[in-house]
Design a protein around this ligand. Structure first.
Ligand SMILES: Cc1cc2nc3c(=O)[nH]c(=O)nc-3n(C[C@H](O)[C@H](O)[C@H](O)COP(=O)(O)O)c2cc1C
Length: 141
């Protein structure tokens, strides 16, 4: 059974809806799933997982959320990360998803194997929720 960790930041709920869809699908596909708001997450939640998803809105000039998500993510800079399977997801208002491409480049630099990304404008459409469920399946694989 794959151990999947899903760690996200959300205030308005758009990123949380994606996180919940990914988690539900990973569970349906047989994974042991841990889903946490980043406030409650530790580095061990990633170290102990087989595959991971991180989620954030675009905030503060088209970057991941800066007060909690940024310091959490920054901790992985000095860890080996060993090509761990990673999916990034998030929501933006106007940057058309550029923040998640920048974030993906950064996580590749940190040694993760970024297998997919999903960025939606504000709240996800039905089709985007279907894509989120596909991501959950991929994490469980
Ligand atoms: C304080 C604040 C700053 C934001 N800054 C950006 C930004 O720099 N670029 C952008 O594309 N969207 C920005 N947004 C829009 C959010 O990314 C978008 O509303 C997102 O869906 C929020 O996710 P959440 O509902 O999970 O909190 C901002 C929203 C807020 C409230």
């Amino acid at each position: 059974m794959k151990k999947v960790s899903i760690i996200y930041w959300s205030n308005g709920g758009n990123v949380e809806v994606l996180a919940d869809a990914i988690a539900a699908s990973a569970k349906e596909n047989g994974a042991q799933v841990m889903i946490k708001h980043v406030t409650d997450a530790t580095v061990d939640d990633v170290i102990n997982a087989d595959s991971v998803a991180f989620g954030s809105p675009s905030m503060d000039s088209n970057r991941i959320e800066q007060q909690e998500m940024e310091p959490y993510i920054n901790q992985f800079k000095l860890l080996p990360n060993n090509g761990k399977k990673l999916i990034l997801f998030g929501s933006y208002g106007w940057d058309e998803g550029q923040f998640i491409i920048d974030w993906s480049d950064r996580m590749k630099d940190y040694g993760f194997n970024v297998v997919d990304i999903l960025a939606v404008k504000e709240s996800p459409s039905e089709e985007q929720l279907r894509k989120a469920r596909e991501l959950g399946k991929e994490l469980a694989r």
